[in-house]
Design a protein around this ligand. Structure first.
Ligand code: C2E
Ligand code: CA
Ligand code: CA
Length: 611
């Protein structure tokens, strides 16, 4: 493992080089003229304005030289920059053992003599050289140092001018680590391109296991790896296309004018290959692979934001298939992304600072005891609060979709608001003596993780004038997993101690197994609808339902079956000894305002008036 010092110095030097944004730019007359003058003043066939990148020596101006770069470990100039304070002279390379077997000497370039003056930044970094070279030995080369230094200062002044000009525009558009464009540059290039209705293909690149490299080899190596990835992407990029680092280990290529998926596919495959080649970094050999997501505008999406998200969806899908694969956006995903974005925006407009979510309201669904004979006792034992939300233009959005789109924080706000509404309405019904049922509330993981969830619920219960005995709390198995601390669970336990019942929801879905039941003393379980709905057509479902009921009862727990839609399911559950049920067969979820009527109905049913 190399020492950190030189690595950091080299990283700073590279950052300084990139701040000039000169690498891989077009030839420019100003630099060409200086090179030509250097050749003439020193009587050399070759003169270069050259920059030392991580792995290569790149030539901004070249006089008498065809190649646009050479490998850094072959470059004379890479030696020259080691001491920024003095020129570097090699009067006869063949007689100098540092260079006698150098490919630039014995290969087609046939260099025999070299004179280079470091290009030094105001901060003292040598980023490259102005150099001349000859194909014959030049014992007197050092006599030309004076004029070469003067010309090198002209190069430096020119570079400085460019940099300050760029900076004075007030926008940083490059990523300092890799020298690639940054996210801001990408957004602005995408906007320009899409505003002109030109096609553009987006190739998102996410390195696999980069975190492991960082953790295992240290950040200096991680940075070098990112740099190398950047360099490879830059080299693989056509003129006019943009390679950028979006942040972390995420890169992107914008293929300007490409609206043909086949072309984008080809590039993506090439990138995968280019990145898969081993990287020699600090004496070690590293391999990376990358997972890619490809989207093409305008076919997949027509705004910068959406096209990036479409590519991101494609990337996520690819990751699902395995690292190192390439995913392609499709219309369905894009429509889903668009819908999610619309829901997200609408939700943000809908919810106010005061925690009110205007488009939301609680629906309640009764849970009824299961008894043979049916017609007698149908008074619900509980009502479950289910959130309903709708927005203008979007219509009603189901909670599963909504919660996934808005994320746990907003979902908690929503759930809190709806719970409060439901408690207020339900308390009024209880006070009027219309029902003795409990109110069942769902708590998601995000909500349970709030450190004050216990106090929140207590406050809501108190404000509504309900008693804690009137409350049931449904949590799922995920919450009983080890990731949730005992301190967190204790909040639920303290509500339970005050009279609330704790119910394990979606029983049987998670594969955590019954051992999770031991983490907390729960009062009942709810069997998920997928098993209930398999009753009668899948013997395995019957076995699972039977097993769940037996397990629950042997632990002294009540069991409620969810999603009961048919009489057959109901009868099968009764035969298996299930305690209670919930489902469309008994009632769909209904708004609070409909509860009065429903209760009147169940009152009549109880008295046998409906039969
Ligand atoms: P869940 O807790 O499993 O709720 C039962 C779901 O089954 C509800 O879906 C309900 O409408 C649906 N359902 C009831 N009877 C039947 C039936 O006979 N057939 C079928 N096919 N479905 C039936 P919903 O309302 O879409 O809610 C979905 C999930 O969203 C709920 O699943 C619950 O986990 C969550 N959720 C809903 N509202 C809230 C809330 O306010 N807070 C929290 N944290 N979660 C909520
Ligand atoms: Ca539930
Ligand atoms: Ca469920």
């Amino acid at each position: 493992m190399p020492e950190a010092g030189p690595n950091i110095a080299e990283a700073d030097r590279l950052a300084a080089l990139h701040s000039y944004d000169v690498l891989d730019t077009e030839q420019e007359e100003a630099f060409d003229e200086i090179a030509a003058l250097a050749a003439q003043l020193t009587g050399s066939p070759i003169a270069l304005v050259s920059f030392t990148d991580a792995e290569r020596q790149w030539f901004k101006a070249r006089h008498g030289m065809d190649a646009s770069e050479v490998r850094r470990d072959h470059a004379f100039s890479a030696h020259a920059i080691r001491d920024p304070s003095r020129p570097f002279v090699v009067p006869d390379a063949a007689a100098d053992k540092r260079f006698s077997d150098n490919p630039c000497v014995i290969g087609p370039h046939s260099i025999r003599a070299y004179l280079g003056v470091p290009l030094v930044t105001p901060e003292g970094h040598a980023i490259g050289t102005l150099c001349v070279a000859d194909r014959v030995p030049r014992p007197g080369y050092k006599d030309h140092v004076g004029p070469l230094k003067t010309l090198a200062r002209a190069v430096s002044a020119n570079l400085e001018l460019r940099r300050s000009h760029r900076r004075s525009r007030g926008i940083a558009l490059t990523d300092p680590l890799t020298g690639l464009a940054n996210r801001r540059a990408v957004m602005s290039a995408l906007s320009d391109q899409m505003a002109r209705a030109n096609g553009v293909a987006v190739v998102l690149i996410d390195l696999d296991y980069f975190k492991e490299v960082n953790d295992g080899h240290g950040h200096a190596i991680g940075d070098r790896l990112l740099y190398e990835v950047g360099a490879r992407l830059r080299q693989a990029t056509r003129q006019g296309d943009i390679a950028a680092r979006l942040g972390g280990d995420e890169f992107v290529l914008l293929l300007m004018g490409v609206n043909d998926r086949a072309v984008a596919v080809e590039v993506a495959e090439r990138i995968t290959d280019v990145l898969a080649k081993p990287m020699d970094i600090e004496g070690g050999r590293l391999r990376v692979s990358a997972t890619l997501g490809v989207a093409v505008a305008p076919a997949d999406a027509d705004t910068p934001d959406l096209i990036l998200r479409a590519a991101d969806e494609a990337l996520i899908a690819a990751k699902g298939r395995g690292r190192g694969t390439i995913g392609y956006a499709n219309r369905r995903d894009v429509l889903r992304v668009q819908r999610s974005a619309a829901i997200f925006r609408a939700f943000d407009i809908d919810y106010g600072e005061n925690g009110v979510v205007h488009g939301a309201q609680p629906y309640l669904q009764p849970i009824v005891p299961l008894r043979a004979g049916a017609a007698g006792e149908v008074e619900p034992i509980a009502f479950e609060v289910l959130t309903r939300w709708s927005a203008p233009g979007l219509g009603p959005i189901r909670p599963d979709e909504l919660f996934a789109v808005i994320g746990p924080e907003r979902a908690s706000v929503l759930s809190h608001y709806v719970r409060g509404q439901a408690m207020d309405a339900f308390a009024a019904l209880r006070r009027s003596g219309r029902t003795r049922a409990r109110l069942a509330i769902n708590l998601s993981m995000g909500e349970v993780l709030q450190p004050d969830i216990g106090t929140q619920i207590e406050a809501q219960v108190a404000r509504a004038g309900l008693s804690m005995e009137a409350v049931e709390i449904e949590i799922n198995e995920e919450i009983l997993l080890d990731r949730v601390s005992d301190v967190t669970l204790q909040q639920l336990v303290s509500l339970q101690e005050r009279g609330a019942r704790l119910i394990l929801d979606d029983f049987g879905i998670a594969n955590s197994g019954p051992v999770q039941l031991l983490r907390m003393k729960i009062d009942g379980v709810k069997l998920d609808k997928q098993f209930v709905q398999g009753l009668g057509n899948d013997p395995r479902a019957e076995a699972i339902v039977n097993g769940a009921i037996t397990l629950a009862h042997s632990l002294g727990l009540d069991i409620v079956a969810e999603g009961v839609e048919t009489d057959n399911q109901r009868e099968a559950l009764i035969a298996l000894g299930c305690d209670a049920a919930q489902g469309y067969l008994f009632s769909r979820p209904m708004p609070c305002a409909a509860l009065d009527q429903y209760l009147a109905g169940s009152e009549r049913q109880k008295k046998g008036l409906l039969f």
